[in-house]
Design a protein around this ligand. Structure first.
Ligand code: C2E
Ligand code: MG
Ligand code: MG
Ligand code: MG
Length: 275
């Protein structure tokens, strides 16, 4: 009995610690915007036909004074939970548009939008004003959404996507193949681009099943007139594979890791990949 009780106390204090850690993260996260601790890294998107970089995906980074570099997977879920994702997401859209407006005008910028941010209904006006303030042409902005955006209220989501599209902004389906009904969502909205999730791309090396899936998605995208990007291409073998099965674009360490905005110019002049 005695032992049981102390085991219980042990779990109780472990849970306590977990909750306190979360609470501290929450406090730091709430301050991060005001302290200007967020920054965007950019990862090139590479077109296989033209062998050129067509644009960059903006990836959020949190440089916390006390925690160092915190990856998005460690704070975006909490930001969604505590209602911070809308202001953070608004900062991302405005910053990405402003920075991209300084690039050559054939380069686009892709921004990830979370389902919670999508529901907040300020998204459209944020996009409109971010484009107006930056002077970025709408067709140079791309929104990346995952299936979760469409999951709850398909009608509301597609009507918002249609408004975005009418402005000239492009829409991509991110992490394709990882959700439950990726295929049916392709019918509900005419995406400009499908991004094949990295898990298929990476497994395609050894696993003929995964390779067949990548091939099938590429064919599907092609017949729907969509760009098909292979995500997470790390090695030369993976690069050759996704090229061979008909993907139109590549994103991944094989081209470049995400980089700070001030490294983009040097990256572009060093001409990434002619292989
Ligand atoms: P995502 O949109 O699918 O972004 C791709 C992720 O894969 C990025 O991770 C990128 O750094 C990583 N990656 C790219 N190429 C490779 C590769 O060759 N190998 C490997 N191992 N990884 C690669 P990151 O930056 O940690 O972002 C993770 C996720 O966080 C993103 O997945 C996206 O869902 C979310 N995220 C990032 N920035 C934002 C943002 O501004 N807003 C929202 N709502 N979500 C964001
Ligand atoms: Mg993305
Ligand atoms: Mg992805
Ligand atoms: Mg993702």
């Amino acid at each position: 009995k005695q032992g049981g009780r102390s085991t219980f106390r042990f779990f109780e204090s472990a849970m306590d610690e977990q909750m306190q850690a979360r609470r501290r993260l929450e406090i730091d996260l709430r301050r991060a915007l005001a302290l200007r601790e967020f920054t965007l890294f950019y990862q090139p998107q590479f077109n296989l036909a033209s062998r050129k970089v067509t644009g960059f995906e903006a990836l959020l980074r949190w440089r916390s004074e006390s925690r160092g570099m915190v990856p998005p997977a460690e704070f975006i879920p909490l930001a969604e939970e505590i209602g911070l994702i809308s202001p953070i997401g608004e900062w991302v859209i405005r910053t990405a548009c402003r920075e991209a407006a300084g690039w050559a005008d054939n380069l686009s910028v892709a921004v990830n939008v979370s389902a919670v941010q999508f529901r907040s209904r300020t998204l459209l006006s944020t996009i409109v004003s971010a484009l107006a303030e930056s002077g970025l042409a709408p067709n140079r902005l791309e929104l990346e959404i995952t299936e979760s955006v469409l999951l709850e209220d398909l009608g509301a989501a597609t009507s918002l996507l249609n408004s975005v599209r009418e402005m000239g902004v492009r829409v991509s389906m991110d992490d394709f193949g990882t959700g439950y009904s990726s295929l049916s969502y392709l019918r509900s909205f005419p995406f400009d681009k499908i991004k094949i999730d990295q898990s298929f791309v990476r497994a395609g090396d050894q696993d003929p099943g995964a390779a067949a899936i990548v091939r099938a998605i590429a064919a599907l995208g092609q017949s729907l007139g969509m760009t098909v990007t292979a995500e997470g291409v790390e090695t030369d073998d993976q690069f050759a594979n996704v090229l061979a099965v008909g993907c139109t674009d590549v994103q991944g360490y094989a081209i470049s890791r995400p980089m700070p905005a001030d490294q983009i110019a040097a990256f572009l002049t060093s001409s990434p990949r002619d292989a």
